[in-house]
Design a protein around this ligand. Structure first.
Ligand code: FAD
Length: 418
C-alpha cells in the first residue's frame, strides 16, 4: 500500500464499525471516513421508535466522536462522493479536492424508495431513512391528526405503532394480502396484524395507492387503487429501500440488486470492498445472491472486511448467521437465520399470550426462528444455528428449558459455539 490508506464511503452502521475495527485489527495506515451526512454516526433503529415519540431526543451516537480522533480516523462529514476514478485511484467529492485511496470500501447503505404517483410532491409526505428525515417527520407530528403509512414493512409498521402511541389516527396501506408478507410466516403476520389493530392502527391490505390528494399544496388524503379515500394530513412512505449502488455502477463494478462481493467482501475490482445494505453476497444457506438490510449484517461484514484489509491470514469467507429485530408497540420481534425455502413451521408458546416462537425447518433442518417477546429463544437460536444443531419437533414441544439442556449436551466436545 502507498501512503493513501483506506477510504470508507458512508459512515453508517457499517462504515463506522469498519473504521474502528481496522484499528482493533492492527491496521496502522491512514483511514478516512467520508459521509454525506453531517451527523456524527448514529443508531438508525431508534429513528422509527423512541426518537419519533421523544421531542427532545438527540440521535444516539454509535460511538463517541472522540473515538474517531483517538484512533486517528480522519472524518470528512457533509461531503458527498460523486465518482470513483479507478485509474487514478481517487474519489471525486462534491465539495472540492479529490481524495486518493489505496483501498476503498463502499458502505453506502440504501436509500428510501419514493412514490412516483400523482401528488407525491405535496407537503406532508415523508420517508424515513436518516436522522434528518426523522427530525423533519418528528417536527410535523404535533400538527398531524391522521396519518397514512404506505407499506406494511418493518419501518412503516414501527412508525405506525409509535404514532398510534402518540394518539394519532393511523392507517397502514399494504398492497400485498398481509403485512410483513415477504419476511414472515402467515402465523406471525397474523399476530402482528392483531397487535396493530389492538393499538388502534387500521390496516388496509390487498390494495395499492393510486394517488395522493391535497389542498393548498398539502396532502389531505390518500386514494387507494380500489377507490377508498383515507384521510391523511401526514403520509409516511415505507415502501422499502434501494441499495445505493450509483458510485459502483459508474465505476463498472459488478452489481445485481447490490454490489456483488465475494466471501472476503471484495468487489469485482480487487482493491474495492463493499459492506452492509448496499451489498449482494452468495449466502451459504441459499447459494444465491442475497442482500440483507440489518444492523447485524452491516457490523459483522465490517468486522470481517477489517480482518481481510488488515491482512489477517487465512480467514474463511464471510459466514455469519443473520439476525434482526423490530420493536412494534409492546412486541419485540426477533428473527435469526433465513426462512427462505423452508417447508414447515413448529410453534413454541402461545400467540394469544403475546410470547411465542416459530421454528422454520427445511425437512429436518432448522433454518430460522422468529420470536415474539421470547429473547431467550432468540439467543439460544443464534447459538443453535451457528453450531448446526437441529432439534426435532418433540424437543421443541418439550419447551425452552429442555431445548437449552439438549443443546448444552450437544455442545460438549464441539468446537465452541457462538
Ligand atoms: P447506512 O447505515 O444507511 O449508512 C450508509 C451511509 O452512507 C449513509 O449515511 C449515506 O448517507 C452514506 N452515503 C451513501 N452514498 C454516499 C456518497 N456517495 N458519499 C458519501 N456518503 C454516502 N435494522 C435492524 O437490524 N433492526 C432495526 O430495528 C432496524 N430499524 C431501522 C429503522 C429505520 C428507521 C431504518 C432506516 C433502518 C433500520 N434498520 C434496522 C436497518 C439498519 O439501520 C440498516 O441495515 C443499517 O443502517 C445498514 O448500515 P449501512 O452502513 O450498510 O448503511
Amino acid at each position: 500500500m502507498s501512503g493513501n490508506g483506506i477510504v470508507i464511503v458512508g459512515a453508517g452502521h457499517g462504515g463506522s464499525q469498519l473504521a474502528t475495527s481496522l484499528r482493533q485489527e492492527g491496521f496502522d495506515g491512514p483511514i478516512t471516513l467520508v459521509s454525506d451526512e453531517t451527523d456524527v454516526p448514529y443508531h438508525k433503529p431508534p429513528l422509527s421508535k423512541a426518537f419519533l415519540k421523544t421531542p427532545d431526543m438527540a440521535p444516539q451516537l454509535l460511538r463517541a466522536e472522540s473515538t474517531y480522533t483517538d484512533n486517528a480516523i480522519t472524518l470528512r462529514f457533509g461531503a458527498r462522493v460523486s465518482a470513483i476514478d479507478l485509474q487514478a485511484r481517487r474519489l471525486e467529492l462534491d465539495d472540492g479536492a479529490p481524495l486518493p485511496f489505496d483501498r476503498l470500501v463502499l458502505a453506502t447503505g440504501a436509500r428510501a424508495r419514493r412514490l412516483a404517483i400523482p401528488g407525491h410532491d405535496l407537503t406532508g409526505i415523508f420517508t424515513l431513512r436518516t436522522a434528518d428525515d426523522a427530525r423533519a417527520l418528528r417536527a410535523a407530528i404535533p400538527a398531524a391528526q391522521s396519518v397514512a403509512v404506505i407499506g406494511g414493512g418493518f419501518v412503516g409498521l414501527e412508525a405506525a405503532a409509535s404514532l398510534a402511541g402518540l394518539g394519532k389516527q393511523v392507517t397502514v396501506i399494504e398492497a400485498a394480502d398481509r403485512i410483513l408478507g415477504r419476511v414472515l410466516a402467515p402465523a406471525m403476520s397474523a399476530y402482528m396484524a392483531g397487535l396493530h389493530q389492538s393499538l388502534g392502527v387500521k390496516l388496509l391490505t390487498g390494495t395499492g395507492v393510486a394517488r395522493l390528494d391535497g389542498a393548498n399544496g398539502r396532502v389531505t388524503h390518500v386514494t387507494t387503487t380500489d377507490g377508498t379515500h383515507v384521510a391523511a394530513d401526514m403520509v409516511i412512505v415505507g415502501i422499502g429501500a434501494n441499495p445505493d449502488i450509483g458510485l459502483a455502477t459508474q465505476a463498472g463494478l459488478a452489481c445485481d440488486n447490490g454490489i456483488v462481493v465475494d466471501g472476503a467482501l471484495r468487489t469485482s475490482v480487487p482493491e474495492i470492498f463493499a459492506i452492509g445494505d448496499c451489498v449482494a453476497y452468495a449466502h451459504w444457506q441459499t447459494g444465491s445472491h442475497l442482500r440483507l438490510e440489518s444492523v447485524q449484517n452491516a457490523t459483522d461484514q465490517a468486522r470481517h472486511a477489517a480482518r481481510v484489509l488488515a491482512g489477517k491470514p487465512e480467514i474463511a469467507g464471510y459466514r455469519e448467521v443473520p439476525w434482526f429485530w423490530s420493536d412494534q408497540g409492546p412486541a419485540k420481534l426477533q428473527m435469526v437465520g433465513l426462512a427462505i425455502g423452508t417447508t414447515r413451521q413448529v410453534i413454541s408458546g402461545t400467540p394469544a399470550n403475546g410470547a411465542f416462537s416459530i421454528y422454520h425447518f427445511r425437512d429436518d433442518r432448522l433454518q430460522a426462528i422468529d420470536s415474539i417477546n421470547r429473547p431467550a429463544d432468540h439467543m439460544l437460536g443464534r447459538r443453535m444455528l451457528a453450531a448446526n444443531f437441529h432439534p426435532d419437533d418433540a424437543l421443541i414441544a418439550a419447551g425452552p428449558a429442555a431445548l437449552k439442556a439438549a443443546f448444552a449436551e450437544f455442545s460438549k466436545g464441539q468446537p465452541e459455539a457462538r
